[in-house]
Write a protein that binds this ligand. Structure first.
Ligand SMILES: [Fe+2]
Length: 180
């Protein structure tokens, strides 16, 4: 099966052909193929989560702050409070004076964790002061494991923004970013 990403709203859907209209925007949109074709992104037939995240970042205007209410606009799928990957930066609370970042899905309302409906991964990117985008890794989750949280350490003074993406098996890709 092929994964398609809407170029307008970033919605990702698994289907033989691009949907028309987009299930999220509800209008005719251009779709990009974001299927993984190499072992590096998880093996053939899965979604290339890094490609999805990088495409979504490119569409952001530099310096634009996205709020929950902006993200909800135009999205018809359920429960942004269950899906948005919320970024929390705890300055100086990592090892050796580093800053701890915790990205959690379902902070406001817990997301289901069943075999056919769960959060598959949380991916993070940072935008460095010189504009370079750094891959900050991802955590892959299994269903019925509990609340999905991805934690890591950075030197936050090197970054202007942190981006987070989560993927729900039924409701697609969700994003949030934090301006530092
Ligand atoms: Fe969901």
């Amino acid at each position: 099966m092929t994964y398609w990403m809407c170029e307008k709203c970033n919605f990702v859907v698994e289907a033989a052909r691009p949907p028309d209209p987009c299930p999220s925007c509800l209008v005719k949109c251009a779709f990009s193929d974001v299927t993984c074709y190499t072992p590096e992104c998880g093996g053939q037939g899965t979604m290339d989560s890094r490609l999805v995240a990088q495409r979504a970042i490119k569409r952001e205007k530099p310096g634009k702050i996205v709020h929950f209410s902006d993200l909800a606009r135009g999205r018809t799928s359920e429960g942004k409070e269950k899906h948005i990957p919320v970024i929390e930066l705890m300055r100086g609370q990592g090892k050796m004076g580093k800053d701890l970042v915790e990205i959690a899905v379902g902070r406001e309302a817990s997301h289901p964790n069943t075999a056919d409906h769960y959060i598959v991964w949380i991916q993070a990117f940072g935008v460095k002061k010189e504009g370079h985008i750094l891959d900050l890794g991802r955590e892959i989750f299994k269903p019925e494991k509990g609340r999905p949280v991805y934690a890591f350490e950075i030197n936050s003074s090197e970054f202007t923004h942190l981006f987070s993406f989560s993927y729900c098996t039924q409701h697609g890709v969700w994003e949030q970013h934090l301006e530092l």
